[in-house]
Design a protein around this ligand. Structure first.
Ligand SMILES: [Zn+2]
Length: 326
């Protein structure tokens, strides 16, 4: 088991970031671009399923916090699966809109189409990494954006599935700010597809409950332990490590942190104002209109938590029968 654990600790992040993304890149650059098989874009879906499934398996073998693997107690798998569907659908819509945006903004000549495709993807990812980090930073600074972003932070544990928990409106704003500049200067659809896949995989790895061994890269990648620091629910202490993949932007902003005032435990994730963060997808979608930052937890959530703890008449009757039988 120790051997397998080490394979996952060292192999999980490279497998996801280079292995799966490499396959996605090959599918798009070879099958779609070189051979003209547009249908091959569909391969992205099974690859995404493999990415999510790998995160679940890796979390079983080498978890940071074994208690974060208890899906039943956390009761968030259904809502998170819904979030995954919403996120990926929205990403597809974004890609489908690219030709329309290109038609609206005729600045296509600026994109370096003569570069090898891997160079285009790398440049697009670096620009998006900075843009997403900056939007993330603003989402913690501006109350209106924080209402939307609180949906991502309310969860009580981190694991691969909740990397893409975004309010759909927040995701649209993120995509417009993060990707629109690239699209306006002419990012081709194949590059956008690989970029979208890479961002999804980065979000999964960033939030995975896997004790990744990154060696000398530990301080330079905003994933795993460094990202846990960002999710703590102690007031504003989590206002650090906003990066998607690289920590260089946080270092420039002065928001990089390697440790906080105390060691982070498995119970420290969440938003301190929202101890009863709702479990249902619908409640999470309307959260930005229910939650007012600085005004404490909405009464609605307290009532929902009490109702969830309350026993149904059938449960009470059953307990009375069991009690009488003792
Ligand atoms: Zn955040």
């Amino acid at each position: 088991m120790t051997y397998l654990r080490n394979v996952v600790r060292y192999g999980y992040a490279p497998f996801m970031m280079f292995g799966l993304t490499g396959v996605a890149y090959w599918v798009v650059s070879q099958l779609v671009v070189a051979e003209g098989k547009t249908w091959a874009y569909l391969w992205i879906f099974p690859l995404l399923i493999v990415a999510y499934a790998t995160s679940l398996a890796a979390e079983r073998i080498a978890p940071y916090f074994p208690e974060w693997n208890d899906h039943e107690t956390h009761g968030d798998m259904v809502a998170n699966t819904g979030h995954i569907a919403l996120y990926e659908l929205s990403a597809i819509n974004g890609v489908l809109l690219i030709p329309v945006i290109c038609w609206l903004f005729p600045f296509q000549g600026l994109w370096p189409t003569h570069w090898p495709m891997w160079g285009q993807v790398l440049m697009a990812f670096l620009v998006a990494d900075f843009a997403f980090m900056f939007m993330h930073y603003l989402s913690h600074r501006l109350p209106l954006l924080w209402r939307l972003h609180a949906v991502h932070h309310g969860v009580g544990r981190l694991y691969g599935y909740n990397g893409v928990i975004r309010h759909p409106l927040h995701q649209v704003i993120d995509m417009v700010i993060g990707n629109m500049p690239l699209v306006i200067i002419g990012m081709p659809v194949p590059v956008a597809v690989v970029l979208g896949f890479l961002i999804s995989v980065t979000l999964i790895v960033q939030h995975s409950n896997v004790e990744t061994a990154l060696g000398p890269l530990q301080k330079h990648l905003a994933i795993g332990r460094l990202h846990h620091l960002h999710h703590v629910n102690w007031g504003t202490e989590g206002d650090c490590n906003f990066g998607l993949l690289l920590t260089v932007w946080d270092r420039l902003l002065g928001t990089y942190a390697e440790k906080l005032s105390r060691e982070v435990t498995s119970k420290d994730m969440g938003v301190d104002e929202l101890p009863n963060f709702p479990k249902s997808l619908w409640e999470q979608l309307i959260l930005p209109w229910v939650y007012v930052p600085g005004k404490g937890e909405p009464e609605r959530y307290k009532k929902m938590a009490e109702a969830a703890k309350a026993k149904t008449p059938a449960q009470e009757a059953r307990e009375q029968i069991l009690h009488a039988a003792e």
